[in-house]
Ligand binder design. Structure first.
Ligand SMILES: NC(=O)c1ccc[n+]([C@@H]2O[C@H](COP(=O)([O-])OP(=O)(O)OC[C@H]3O[C@@H](n4cnc5c(N)ncnc54)[C@H](OP(=O)(O)O)[C@@H]3O)[C@@H](O)[C@H]2O)c1
Length: 176
């Protein structure tokens, strides 16, 4: 790597996001870890710093809050962290039935898995372009079992996949 690359990983406090963090730390990337549970993020950051000697910064944010993506980027800027890789991993599957769920709950899923994903791409893209670097991901594991309400969680999947595809094409001229 020509300089220390940094990955922003949302939903890094557990599961696939934490696995992404471990893998990228092993590869020598600096990390900006985001989720709601600050103590989980901090424990992971401490582990990865000690094990791999990489810089891990944590920022607790609820992506259900429309102001969260801008707050993350403001924090990154204040810490002089340039984002080279964005892993939009934070997400959830509804617990109840679709019809029986409160609209606020379903709207929250859309906020986290569509609006925040798109907003973060929009905020991070100019920085990636400026650095001639691109990598945008939205975790889409294939195995889902035993989830009751997947109506929203499953419906939102096509947008991030398309977003990733078109952003990739859009950024090609800037790739080094
Ligand atoms: N596992 C699967 O089979 C599967 C299948 C299809 C898609 N996915 C998608 O893949 C991603 C990761 O799945 P996973 O199995 O690793 O899930 P997980 O273990 O439940 O982890 C979800 C992560 O998202 C974070 N998160 C949830 N709501 C958030 C919010 N409002 N604001 C900020 N962070 C939030 C959680 O952190 P906090 O609770 O600390 O905020 C946690 O770090 C999710 O987007 C999921 O929808 C998973």
């Amino acid at each position: 790597m020509s300089h220390q690359r940094t990955a922003l990983i949302t939903g890094a406090s557990a599961g696939i996001g934490a696995a992404f963090a471990r893998h990228l730390a092993q590869e020598g990337y600096s990390l900006l870890l985001v989720a709601r549970r600050a103590e989980k993020l901090q424990a992971l950051a401490t582990e990865l710093q000690q094990r791999y000697g990489v810089t891990c910064t944590v920022f607790a944010a609820d992506l259900n809050d429309p102001a969260a993506p801008q707050a993350i980027m403001d924090f990154a800027q204040a810490q002089q962290i340039n984002i080279d890789i964005l892993i939009n991993n934070a997400g959830l599957a509804g617990k109840g039935s679709f019809a029986g769920s409160a609209w606020s709950e379903l709207a929250g899923e859309i906020q986290v898995m569509i609006t925040a994903v798109t907003h973060l791409c929009h905020l991070v893209l100019p920085h990636m372009r400026a650095q001639g670097w691109r990598a945008v991901m939205r975790g889409q594991p294939v195995c889902v079992t035993g989830l009751v309400n997947k109506v929203v969680a499953s419906s939102v999947r096509p947008l991030p996949i398309k977003l990733q595809y078109f952003l990739g094409n859009n950024m090609n001229p800037f790739k080094k």
